[in-house]
Ligand binder design. Sequence first.
Ligand SMILES: C[C@](O)(CO)[C@H](O)COP(=O)(O)OP(=O)(O)OC[C@H]1O[C@@H](n2ccc(N)nc2=O)[C@H](O)[C@@H]1O
Ligand SMILES: Nc1ncnc2c1ncn2[C@@H]1O[C@H](COP(=O)(O)OP(=O)(O)OP(=O)(O)O)[C@@H](O)[C@H]1O
Length: 317
Amino acid sequence: MTEPLDEEEYERPRLGSAGPVRVRVPAKINLHLHVGPVRPDGYHELVTVYHAVSLYDELSARRGDRLTLTMEGEGAGELTLDDDNLVLRAARALARYTRRQPLARLHLRKQIPVAAGLAGGSADAAAALVACDALWGTNLGRDELAVVARDIGSDVPFLVLGGTALGTGRGEQVSPVLASGHSWHWVVAVAGVGLSTPTVYRELDHLRGDGAAPASVGAPDTLLAALRQRDPAVLAAALGNDLQDAALSLRPELHRTLDAGHDAGALAGIVSGSGPTCVFLATDARHAEALAKELVDSGSCRSAQPVHGPVAGARVV
Ligand SMILES: C[C@](O)(CO)[C@H](O)COP(=O)(O)OP(=O)(O)OC[C@H]1O[C@@H](n2ccc(N)nc2=O)[C@H](O)[C@@H]1O
Ligand SMILES: Nc1ncnc2c1ncn2[C@@H]1O[C@H](COP(=O)(O)OP(=O)(O)OP(=O)(O)O)[C@@H](O)[C@H]1O
């Protein structure tokens, strides 16, 4: 919890938007996720390729005499409205960075399932940064907002920037890769219950054991080359996620979801991030529609929907 600034420390507020400001923010999947050793700070060194997909949360921001948050939609009932909520943490972080009071009335409409491996919370934090930046007239710009995002969560900088990007460090060091303009088509198969990200990382460490050479998806070169080729069959062969075995160890029923996707004709299927969402690569939009329907009919997931990527990061709409 950051201490509030003293009254005289606040800058005189600049003219911002009269509001409401509406921001749409996508979910992310990891096309490649290499997990290295645990660092002294307890995080794992990562090399990942993030990919923003067309499943969105939406945050609206209005002027207010204090900071408030209301929520509706997917999983909103599971979430707290206190400072643990990543939306409020992000608004306070921006207020502190720009030396002003965190004054805004925020409303979140969620479609991204919670603790699903799609960085839903991180996405909402990114949306809060962009929305408050516009509402308060601080106008930091995307790159500086991504810097503020680093301390909120490892995935948050990417959700500010969007597209397809290489993530290193904890995942918070983000550099965009190739703006090829090619659209990839996926199906996200959402599980009934979420999975805690820290728990999955701990399970990976347990599975790797002490001193064992970590089995790993290695370098992202093959994946990056596949993205440039624009061939779904080549991309299918390049997808990989070091957290997958840990997620499957904790939630063996995900094997059934992956098998159902494969049997339905997906080019490939992997667990997204720390899971439990499974994401499947389709040939095109029509194939993705058919795949989603077969996955729902299989009863192996709570829901399945076609998405495409890459899409832009948190944006005022
Ligand atoms: C699984 C991924 O979504 C892949 O993109 C991310 O690595 C997780 O990103 P995130 O949810 O924003 O993670 P954070 O909120 O920063 O950290 C949550 C917890 O995940 C674990 N964690 C996260 C990132 C990382 N590089 N190593 C870790 O071990 C740590 O236990 C950490 O306390
Ligand atoms: N606005 C929010 N939306 C969703 N989760 C939130 C929010 N605020 C706080 N959280 C908490 O953040 C945690 C991570 O949420 P998130 O949805 O980002 O996980 P995730 O999708 O598994 O992310 P990852 O891709 O890192 O695995 C959850 O335990 C959730 O309770």
